[in-house]
Design a protein around this ligand. Structure first.
Ligand code: TYD
Length: 140
């Protein structure tokens, strides 16, 4: 599996298998192969206004791979020690975000569509939504 490690712990960029020809472009991610977990949930995000910041949370269990199918947006990633901004603008790449990573998404283009592959079913109680709590947990 081709990937690019990021400065922030538990984060990496995963390269899809791509098939380009005269008829168009096709990108493949596979369960437990390029996607390093069993996919239990898929959701998508679109029509986010330019000045909006989403996310602002971390997870203790959930892992995700985010693929930007159209347009672009930026991710601020933060492991409590290192921060990094990653721009997603290419469906060939998946941004893997593991546990204990604070993320904020911003600078969405009008045509941005994010597809999120998640390792767990939705559980509102599993979110770490307070940044000070997040820092306390990651400093342990
Ligand atoms: P939220 O996690 O706040 O989105 P973001 O991280 O992009 O800012 O989710 C927005 C709303 O959607 C919130 O009311 C919870 C709900 N939601 C679900 O019901 N199921 C899901 O799988 C997700 C991701 C969100």
């Amino acid at each position: 599996m081709l990937m690019h490690e990021l400065k922030v712990s538990n984060c990496k960029l995963i390269l899809s298998e791509s098939h380009h020809n005269a008829t168009g472009q096709l990108f493949v991610f596979e369960n437990l192969k390029t996607i390093p977990f069993e996919i239990k949930r898929v959701y998508s995000i679109r029509k986010v206004l330019r000045n909006v910041t989403r996310g602002k949370h971390a997870h203790g269990i959930l892992r995700q791979v985010i693929i930007c199918l159209s347009g672009s947006c930026k991710f601020l990633l933060d492991d409590g020690k290192n921060k990094e901004i990653v721009e997603l603008n290419n469906p060939e790449l998946g941004l893997y975000i593991g546990t204990y990573v604070w993320r904020e998404m911003f600078d969405f283009s009008e045509d941005c569509i994010l597809m999120v592959l998640a390792s767990e079913f939705y559980d509102a109680n599993e979110y770490i939504r307070d940044y000070e709590d997040f820092l306390k947990i990651t400093k342990k």
